[in-house]
Design a protein around this ligand. Structure first.
Ligand SMILES: [Zn+2]
Length: 256
């Protein structure tokens, strides 16, 4: 039984029988992996509380090569991110971010730059002001698309490859700009203002610190949220259910 050591963010935690938990982590070293945490479902279990979603932990895993499930044996909390759980305004974008990473990435596919991006977002949400949440989320989504290889093609038409020019539309299905000639061939073309267009292009490569300094109009916020959601939706392996918590009134948490 090989032993793995990893640093990871807990993405999901489900009951397994009466006392155990099935936990999915996104680890820096080994990518996304799932394991059984024996006894972690017991009341007041320290081990169990370290495995709450969003926690940044060090963990030790045992596993067999022929089975996809590991046994999570030991954990140390590096950052609990408890501030996120205590504030619904911060919790919902944080849960959305871990769900999105979970839905985009395959198991056992290490993505250290995605790991750094997620850690950066959770840290900013935890320490920063809620006024920046929208722009952080859009920067996170756009950078995530780039890092997992789905950066939208914005410089030239995704169908005929002519250089992009105004006016143009964005088609999430073809993954980028479509020129006026090609636009009738796609059913999901969205018109964006030139300013929103430039913002989208910037967000895909913008350093994290610079994102905080961006200021977006209400229309740009809505357009970017809609477009990035549509672009990501083309690549997720399952529905990102927590997306509906974004922009929803606070009383929706009763249903979680
Ligand atoms: Zn074209």
């Amino acid at each position: 039984m090989p032993l793995l050591r990893a640093k990871g963010v807990v993405l999901r935690n489900r009951p397994l029988g009466e006392a155990d938990r099935l936990v999915t982590c996104f680890t820096l070293e080994h990518g996304k992996l799932s394991g059984v945490a024996k006894g972690a479902g017991k009341l007041r279990s320290r081990f169990g509380s370290s495995l709450q979603p969003l926690s940044l932990i060090r963990l030790m895993l045992f596993g067999k090569e022929t089975r996809s499930l590991y046994r999570i044996d030991h954990t140390d909390i590096l950052t609990s991110f408890q501030t996120l759980r205590d504030d619904w305004e911060k919790l919902r974008p944080a849960l959305y971010a871990v769900d999105l990473v979970d839905a985009l990435l395959a198991e056992a596919d290490p993505q250290p730059r995605v790991f750094a991006l997620l850690e950066q977002l959770l840290t900013s949400l935890s320490d920063g002001r809620t006024v920046h949440i929208d722009v952080w989320l859009r920067a996170f989504e756009a950078r995530l698309l780039t890092l997992v290889g789905y950066r939208p093609l914005l410089d030239s038409c995704a169908i005929c490859h002519r250089p992009a020019a105004d006016p143009g539309a964005l088609s999430p299905r073809v993954g980028g700009y479509v020129c006026p000639t090609c636009e009738p061939r796609v059913s999901d073309a969205h018109r964006l203002s030139p300013a929103t267009w430039r913002l989208l292009a910037r967000l895909t490569t913008l350093p994290w610190e610079a994102a905080t300094r961006l200021s977006l109009s209400t229309e740009q916020r809505q357009d970017l949220q809609r477009m990035l959601h549509a672009l990501l939706n083309e690549h997720v392996r399952k529905e990102v259910k927590s997306y509906r918590f974004l922009g929803e009134p606070a009383d929706i948490r009763e249903g979680m």
